[in-house]
Every structure is written in structure tokens, then in C-alpha cells.
Ligand binder design. Structure first.
Ligand code: ADP
Length: 658
């Protein structure tokens, strides 16, 4: 018996008894080793003419024995001599780099005590690579039989992964290696048995090793109908028999490594649907091959529809991360920003190590560089959809536009460069979705702002007096009916057209985004303003009485400059609009939410104003109060907002009708 070195033993202990819950990756690790061994032999055949290999013969085989409870991974690669077995498998991570990493991880090692927090352990395993020893996470015994290429003797390495291992002469008809894992006994938490089943292994091969370059073969059981005997009667029932067949389980050629021009749409669609479990073709496919200091291939998809859980807390963004066609992580969040969380896809880089752990990921500058490049690519593709395939883009936007708007808001406008020109809103004038650039392009020459109105229905917004007056003056109004719209507009603040080219040394023109219900739209002349102020002053007493009647619901009552047909309108001063205040009120913890500074604007040209004036002059306080309350409630209803006391409102209207 040869003993493991002390450090090796500690690590083995850790791994075997570990907290590392993802035991199934042992198969991926063994298959990757097998693929490396085959690769090594193949490359040797390219440089050494004495090595005669037919590439088509190179393969990896996965086998299982239900009764003996073993899983075997075999390859006909380069194999290992007795010395290789001793050196490669006798010491965990014989390389210097391990010692270096172990040093950095002293704290982690100290956590080997099972009562201790397991977090650091996972990290160690991640950093040093699970590799061959992961076999001990599922195996109580592992036997490796190997014959090095060019040698005529085979050796067996065997270990229970505790104290040490044995080396003994063995038989193997051909160069290559078999790793035979004797599965542990089942526990309540883990059914090790499933690793010795056809379906269990098939699933793992598909999940983790689908794109390994060599065929991964397995003997599978199938059924077929027996031929109908000649003398079969009318009541003949077909009979079946089981037979076995060698099947290649993996699909081998990674589609993401191929040039986009070499792949058909059908191939992409099939790949997307199988790998990302969607039943619909993707809306857009993006392929990227980066070469330079960092080499990688990426293939990304925009789904046609948002998945059902897109807006739930459980939704996880991210792309699958591969290292040399072997899956490291199914959803690597770091690769896509939140506002592109709908993008599905994969990134494969030979420059990333397999051993990358979650902890190291966050600090990984290579990943950040990839993520930046991918974000640009996604943006570019969406922009060309917007410009060249409008219908598709609108369909995309109706599915995922909310995510983009939310991204702008959540980044406090920081993401404007990426997102602002991708946004679309409904134009009241053109009666269709338009971009901010299109708004600007269509605006009258004297326009200074982008106007929008927010509420819960486009139809209702379109009829609101404050919207129709702006429209009547020739300016378009964007009708925003999604909760996030107003927040997005606020985060954006202003917009500079990406189409206009600013003259040298000149800043591009900034268009402020203005809520039509907000203060000073910049649409009234000085004369109009003065006149309104004058009338307001003249009627100060009446307005004070009206404000009183509303009992703190409005900050002030003034004469309006923006009304034509309606008697009154509610507007706001400051950042919080009526709709926003309403929305904030409906959120949990709303006691702290800021409220709107509401202004009741009165139309001095409307006959009702005369009625109010004479009631006030005649000292009919009750009438003034009642009418003011009705006008206020009406204004709320027009905005699509709830009124405090619908019953009182109905009674007041009824009594007027009597
Ligand atoms: P890693 O693969 O990260 O180097 P492992 O612990 O998985 O670490 O394997 C240690 C070494 O054992 C490998 O570097 C390789 O030289 C050798 N080895 C493992 N599996 C095989 C195999 N199937 N055929 C040939 N050599 C192998």
C-alpha cells in the first residue's frame, strides 16, 4: 500500500465527506480527463509519424453495471504507465500551482472540521479543481486500469480514497484507460444508484459533456417489434423484444464554434429549443467569435416570448459557461447585465480554467471583459432589429421592453447610452409605437421638449384634457401606460438624439422629458401667463375658499393656461406625479412614500367658473364647498385615479340632478 501525502489526504477527506453537493459532476470530470487523454494521443499522431492513429477510432465509452453498482469511463487515449499512475493519481495536484493555491487558502483548509462552515471548503475544491478525485464523491472505491500507448504492459491503480492506494499488474488489450467507480451505498440524501442507470448517465452526458469533441458511447437498451409470423391468426398481437446497441450520446460539434454563415436557421432553432427548453424558435440569434488576448465563442438568443417565470423572483439570468466545450456552469450571471436578462445562450472559452469557482468568478477580469463585449453585441443586434426589422423589434419590445425600461430606472439612468435609443413609447399623434429619436425627428421646428403622459390606459390618456391641449398645439405626446414608464422617464431626465450630428465643439441638443401633468411645459406665451396670474390674484378669496374646501388635498388653486374644454385639471409640482404617488401608495411600506404636490387648475373661460364666482360673491359657502369637491373628484376620475369617497360623490351629483 502506498500512502497519500498528508495534504492530499486532507483534501480527499474534504472532497469525499464534502458538502460539495453537486456530486454528479464526477462524470463530467472523468469524461474530460478521457477526452484530454484521447486528444494527447491524437496530437502525438500528428507530430510523430511512428504513431499511427485513425481519428475515427478514438472514442470514450461509458458503461454501467446495475448489480455490481459500478460506473466505468473508458478511453483509448494515451494511457498511463505505472509511473504515471503513481505520479498523477498518487498525489493530488502534484503541480506547484496547487501548493501556491493551498497557501492562499489556509483559512479554507482550517474549515475541514465538519462542524465548521462549509463555504470555504467549496471554494478550495473549486479552486484546485475537482478532477479525477471527484470520483470519490460518489465512489467508495475507484479502480483505474491503464496501458500507456506504445507499452505492452497494463497497470491497475486502486484506492478507497482514504489512506492510500495500491498498484498492481493488470490486463488491457489496447492502450487507454478504464476508470471503474464502485458506487457508495445509498443514503437518505443521495441515491447513488441512479448513476448506474442508462437514463441517469445519458442525462449527465447530455448536460455536461454534450459538446466533447470525441464520441461518448454507451450501450443502450431498445425495444423492437418482432416480425409477424406467417401463420399468425386474426387475433395476433405484436410482440416485442429488447436488444442492445452502442449509441453515441453526445452531439460533439459545438454549434457555437461554427461560423454563422455555415449554420442554417433550422440548426440554430433546433439547438435553441433543445438546449433552452423552449417550444418556439428564437426571435434573434447572435454569434460571436472573439480572437486576441482572450479567445472565446458565444452564441446568444433572444427568445420570442418571455418565459412564464420571467417576472418572478425565482427567475435566474445568465449564460451557460463552457471551458473547451465542457460545461462549467449552467447560468453564469456575470455574463449579462440585468437589463438583458432575457438573453439565453452560451459562452465557451479555452482560456478559462475548468476550476473556476463562484467566488473567483466575481473577481474574474476575463469574464468582465467578455461580458462587456457581449453587452455591446446584444445592443448592436437589437439596434439593427429596430432599424431593419421593425415588426420583429416591436414584438421584441412588447415582450421585453419593460426590462429595458426597468434597467434604465434601476441604473439611475447610468445605462442610458445602451438603452435609451432602444426604448419605444406609444405616440398619441402617430398612433403607433415610436422611438425617442423618431419623436424628435417628427417634432415641429419650435419644439423644445419630449412630452409624455402617464396613466393606466392609453385610450383614457388620449382623451385627457392636458394631453389634447398639447396635441392641439402640434406637439406629440407619448402615452405611457406601464408602471415603470414614469420612473424610467424620470431616470432618463433628458434625451439627445443619436441621429443628429452635433457640430464640432457643440454639445448635442438635449431634449428634456416633460410630463404633461407637470409644471411649466414651456408651451404658454408670456402674455398668457401674465393674464392667468392676474386672474388668479383677482380671485384669491374664491381660490382660498376652494383650497379650504379640499382640506389639504391640494397645495393651491390657480387659473390654468392649458385648458380648453374642461372646467378644471389636476397637475403637480415637483418630481412626484399623481400617478406615481398613487403607485407608491400601493407599495408595501408606503407610509414613507413621498406624496404629490397637487395643483387644482381652473379654466377661467369655462361657464362653471362664473357659477363659482357668483356663488362665492353671494356668500353661498356650502355651494362653493360642494362644487369644489365635485370638480376635484371629477378631475381625478378623468385621470383614471380613484376618488376617496365615491358614495359622497354620487350623492352630491344626484342631489344636483333633483
Ligand atoms: P487534471 O486533469 O486537472 O490535471 P486530475 O486529477 O483529473 O487533474 O488528473 C490528474 C492527471 O492524471 C491528469 O493530468 C492526467 O495526466 C492523468 N489522467 C487522469 N485521467 C486520465 C486518463 N483517462 N488517461 C490518461 N491520463 C489521465
Amino acid at each position: 500500500m502506498r500512502k497519500f501525502k498528508t495534504e492530499s489526504k486532507k483534501l480527499l477527506d474534504l472532497m469525499i465527506n464534502s458538502i460539495y453537493t453537486n456530486r454528479e459532476i464526477f462524470l463530467r470530470e472523468l469524461i474530460s480527463n478521457a477526452s484530454d487523454a484521447v486528444d494527447k494521443l491524437y496530437f502525438r499522431s500528428l507530430v510523430d509519424e511512428d504513431v499511427q492513429i485513425n481519428r475515427a477510432d478514438l472514442a470514450i465509452t461509458v458503461a454501467f453495471d446495475k448489480d455490481a453498482r459500478t460506473v466505468t469511463v473508458s478511453d483509448n487515449g494515451i494511457g498511463m504507465s505505472k509511473d504515471d499512475l503513481d505520479k498523477n493519481l498518487g498525489t493530488i495536484a502534484h503541480s506547484d500551482s496547487f501548493e501556491f493555491k493551498a497557501d492562499q487558502n489556509k483559512e479554507g483548509l482550517a474549515a475541514a472540521d465538519p462542524d465548521d462552515t462549509p463555504v470555504a471548503d467549496v471554494d478550495i475544491i473549486g479552486q484546485f479543481g475537482v478532477g479525477f478525485y471527484s470520483a470519490f464523491m460518489v465512489g467508495k472505491k475507484v479502480k483505474v486500469i491503464s496501458r500507456a500507448y506504445g507499452s505492452d504492459e497494463a497497470w491497475a491503480w486502486e484506492s478507497d480514497g482514504i489512506e492510500g492506494y495500491t498498484l498492481s499488474p493488470a490486463e488491457r488489450s489496447e492502450h487507454g484507460t478504464d476508470v471503474i467507480v464502485s458506487l457508495k451505498d445509498n443514503t437518505d440524501e443521495e441515491r447513488y444508484d441512479t448513476f448506474a442507470t442508462e437514463s441517469g448517465l445519458r442525462q449527465l452526458i447530455k448536460r455536461y459533456s454534450n459538446y466533447v469533441r470525441y464520441p461518448i458511447q454507451m450501450e443502450v437498451t431498445k425495444t423492437r417489434t418482432l416480425p409477424k409470423p406467417d401463420d399468425a391468426g386474426d387475433d395476433y398481437k405484436p410482440e416485442y423484444e429488447e436488444y442492445t446497441e452502442i449509441e453515441t450520446i453526445n452531439s460533439m460539434i459545438p454549434i457555437w464554434k461554427r461560423r454563422k454563415s455555415d449554420v442554417t436557421d433550422e440548426e440554430y432553432n433546433e439547438f435553441y429549443k433543445t438546449d433552452f427548453h423552449d417550444f418556439e424558435d428564437p426571435l434573434d440569434v447572435m454569434s460571436l467569435h472573439a480572437e486576441g488576448t482572450l479567445n472565446y465563442d458565444a452564441l446568444m438568443f433572444v427568445p420570442s416570448h418571455a418565459p412564464y417565470d420571467m417576472w418572478s423572483k425565482d427567475y435566474k439570468k445568465g449564460l451557460a459557461l463552457y471551458s473547451s466545450s465542457v460545461l462549467i456552469m449552467e447560468k453564469c450571471e456575470e455574463l449579462v447585465p440585468d437589463y438583458f436578462n432575457f438573453v439565453r445562450g452560451i459562452v465557451d472559452s479555452a482560456d478559462l480554467t475548468l476550476n473556476i469557482s463562484r467566488e473567483t468568478l466575481q473577481h474574474n477580469s476575463q469574464l468582465r471583459a467578455i461580458a462587456r463585449r457581449l453587452e455591446k453585441k446584444i445592443k448592436q443586434n437589437l439596434a439593427s432589429l429596430r432599424d431593419d426589422e421593425r415588426e420583429k423589434y416591436e414584438s421584441f419590445f412588447s415582450e421585453f421592453g419593460r426590462t429595458l425600461k426597468y434597467g434604465l430606472y434601476a441604473s439611475y439612468g447610468m445605462a442610458r447610452e445602451t438603452l435609451a435609443d432602444l426604448l419605444m413609447f406609444y405616440s398619441a399623434k402617430q398612433q403607433k409605437m415610436i422611438t425617442l429619436d423618431e419623436y424628435i425627428a417628427d417634432a415641429p421646428a419650435d419644439a423644445e421638449a419630449i412630452y409624455f403622459a402617464a396613466g393606466d390606459s392609453k385610450e383614457r390618456l388620449a382623451q385627457m384634457p392636458i394631453v389634447t391641449t398639447v396635441l392641439a398645439k402640434g406637439y406629440d405626446v407619448l402615452l405611457c401606460d406601464e408602471n415603470v414608464d414614469e420612473f424610467c422617464m424620470m431616470a432618463l431626465g433628458q434625451y439627445a438624439s443619436t441621429r443628429e450630428v452635433a457640430l464640432e465643439g457643440e454639445e448635442p441638443k438635449q431634449w428634456p422629458l416633460k410630463n404633461v401633468g407637470g409644471e411649466d411645459l414651456g408651451l404658454t406665451t408670456e402674455a398668457e401667463k401674465e393674464k392667468a396670474e392676474e386672474t388668479t390674484k383677482e380671485n384669491a378669496e374664491l381660490f382660498d375658499a376652494m383650497k379650504e374646501a379640499l382640506d389639504g388635498k391640494v397645495e393651491k388653486v390657480v387659473v390654468s393656461t392649458r385648458l380648453t374644454d374642461s372646467p378644471v385639471v389636476l397637475t403637480t409640482e415637483g418630481a412626484v406625479s399623481l400617478q406615481m404617488a398613487q403607485m407608491l401608495k400601493s407599495q408595501p411600506g408606503s407610509e414613507e412614500a413621498p406624496s404629490a404636490h397637487v395643483v387644482l387648475e381652473v379654466n377661467a373661460e369655462h361657464p362653471i367658473f362664473e357659477t363659482m364666482k357668483s356663488a362665492h360673491a353671494a356668500g353661498e359657502t356650502d355651494k362653493v364647498n360642494e362644487y369644489t369637491q365635485i370638480l376635484y373628484d371629477q378631475a381625478l376620475l378623468v385621470e383614471g385615479l380613484p376618488i376617496d369617497n365615491p358614495l359622497a360623490f354620487a350623492q352630491k351629483v344626484t342631489s344636483l340632478m333633483k
